[in-house]
Design a protein around this ligand. Structure first.
Ligand code: TEU
Ligand code: CA
Length: 555
């Protein structure tokens, strides 16, 4: 296979609401992003993925789109967007848009018309069902608590919403819906955007007959049942034929619950659907043993399980598909808090360790804003400090309504797992509100922004930022890092994540101590290899210090 540009690229993810405010209304915006393009360039990223910036009532921060062809005024205008695209392209940075087409907002014109009556041209744009014995059509649960169905009087029917009630699921069975989606994709591609990150794209084809979840119906078991539906392949093939194949773009499908086998089906090097998927295995580890609580827990991840998840994907896709590599994003707690240590003593060391471990795997790495300065979880303790509907609803459901856990325990789970950990505004410097805004920020900053901010990182040659810069530079210059095959080492080692990459007679050996202890390990090639990166100043061979991470190139 010929190498594609996106295989050698590093993506920087921007959450526009929390990146940089330019007009002091407290909300990040497009001009703010433009003003920070040089920062992204300095890091070395090739592509920016923008979370949704379309018109939206923001029930789910833009993942509820009311108009796919207009910019949310809080972010600016279409003119601002065109400027961003042009300026990014001039600097050699590509722009990836978020495509959210499993559902729309209930404010979208299609839904407004669809809910009016059963005899409207839009009536079949969504998934409507009659009540069954006066109840919901099945037992499916929404990802954001409660039933996945909502009753509408005008039609005397329920509509399906796998996410919030303000996010009705589109009916992909309807060919008109598919044409609408393909047409809006062309609208953005014709403007010159460089591709799409496709939101929950493996949920668009619902299982035939919409059967009940067997056993306990939870958000998680509902998603597992709906994922990878019978017509997903058909829809993605059509999308590729009618749209994607006509442009040189990059696509990544967000696919909760998908396995390497599914990923090869949709992203296989000779399938013509998507380029890569976001899989969830490594970010879904250590769920709560109580199914009803799902992801809400406060237990650390076991290294052996983490390696097993990541290595499985590395081995399965080698030569057959392409991985996307990420520790965190706008839906996940901060990487250093979850997989490393945010204790000030180890924060920088462990963040660099995580970066090295991830960036030397095979695939396209994604850096989520703030990860490059090792931002931490916010450690909020009061439910009033949270903003995201997922956290607020789960607290209401588990503590107030069903009394499944006490408030204090739930607050620990939320502090550990909430998406809000990723959504605190970007701290640029030590000034008020971290230089994010001169107004009043839409969401509170992480209380540690005086210590952890971009200015501090740029002024310190040993910062996490420069470590990422070096990793990205090494990837750009080195075909082994881009394309080398993967070999796992000691999968049962509970303290060290080590692996090898091979390419045209060269080997890369990567060794990371995931603990805060001094330990000792030996690997044969270490003595003959050339150290290419480390998070300590010197190399002590077999001795591995807390969170020590290093890589050797062996010719
Ligand atoms: O996320 C889909 C998803 O499966 C989960 O990550 C989910 O949002 C939640 O975090 C489970 O705990 C995508 C978007 O990334 C997310 O921001 C949206 O809220 C969601 O789809 C709905 O559009
Ligand atoms: Ca603003």
């Amino acid at each position: 296979m010929t190498h594609k540009w996106w295989q050698g690229s590093v993506v920087y993810q921007i959450y526009p609401m929390s990146f940089q405010d330019s007009n002091n209304d407290g909300i990040g915006d497009l001009q703010g992003i433009i003003s920070r393009l040089d920062y992204v360039k300095r890091l070395g990223a090739d592509v920016i993925w923008l979370n949704p910036i379309y018109k939206s009532p923001n029930k789910d921060n833009g993942y509820d789109i009311a108009d796919y062809r207009s910019i949310n005024p809080q972010y600016g205008t279409m003119d601002d967007f065109d400027q961003l695209l042009e300026k990014a392209h001039k600097k050699g940075i590509k722009i990836l848009m978020d495509l959210v087409v499993n559902h729309t907002s209930d404010q979208h014109e299609w839904f407004q018309k669809s809910k009016r009556s059963k005899n409207d041209p839009y009536s079949d744009y969504y998934i409507w069902r009659d009540p069954v014995n006066g109840h919901e059509p099945n037992n499916w649960r929404s990802a954001f608590s409660g039933s996945a169905w909502k009753y509408v009087k005008e039609r005397g029917q329920y509509y399906l919403h796998l996410f919030a009630p303000g996010q009705p699921d589109l009916n992909w069975e309807n060919p008109k819906v598919r044409q609408e989606v393909f047409s809006l994709m062309r609208f953005w591609l014709d403007k010159g955007v460089d591709g799409f990150r496709m939101d929950v794209i493996n949920l668009i084809s619902k299982p035939t007959g919409l059967p009940d979840v067997k056993g306990t119906a939870t958000a998680g078991t509902t998603m597992d049942l709906v994922a990878d539906g019978p017509k997903l392949n058909q829809y993605l093939t059509e999308m590729n034929e009618q749209v994607l194949s006509r442009y040189d773009v990059m696509t990544v499908g967000e696919m909760p619950g998908s396995t390497p086998k599914d990923a090869i089906k949709y992203t296989g090097l000779d399938s013509h659907e998507l380029n890569m998927v976001f899989q969830f295995e490594h970010v879904g580890l250590s769920p709560n043993p109580d199914l009803r609580l799902g992801k809400w827990n406060d237990q650390p991840v076991k290294l052996v399980e983490l390696k097993s998840a990541l290595n499985r994907w590395q081995k399965a896709l080698d030569g057959k598909g392409w991985n996307s590599l990420y520790w965190n994003n706008h839906d996940q707690p901060r990487a250093v808090s979850r997989f490393g240590s945010d204790d000030p003593k180890y924060r920088v060391l462990s963040a660099k360790m995580l970066a090295t471990t991830l960036h030397f795997l095979q695939g396209t790495p994604y850096v989520y804003q703030g990860e490059e300065i090792a931002m931490t979880n916010a450690h909020f303790t009061d439910i009033n400090q949270y903003e995201d509907l997922e956290s607020l609803n789960i607290y209401q459901e588990m503590v107030k309504e069903n009394k499944i856990v006490d408030a204090e325990t739930m607050m620990k789970y939320i502090a550990h797992s909430s998406r809000d950990n990723a959504r605190t505004p970007m701290p640029w410097d030590q000034s008020a509100n971290g230089g994010f805004t001169k107004g009043s920020p839409w969401y509170r900053l992480n209380p540690n922004y005086q210590q952890i901010n971009v200015q501090q990182a740029l002024n310190d040659q040993d910062s996490v930022f420069y470590h990422y810069q070096k990793l990205i530079d090494l990837r750009h210059k080195n075909d082994l890092i881009k394309f080398g095959s993967f070999e796992e080492i000691d999968p049962d080692d509970q303290e060290v994540y080590a692996y090898r990459r091979h390419y045209q007679g060269q080997t890369l050996l990567v060794i990371s101590n995931f603990t805060s202890k001094d330990i000792s390990r030996s690997y044969p090639e270490e003595k003959t290899g050339k150290l290419i990166i480390s998070n300590y100043r010197d190399d002590q061979g077999e001795k591995l210090r807390p969170y020590e991470s290093k890589a050797y190139m062996i010719n």
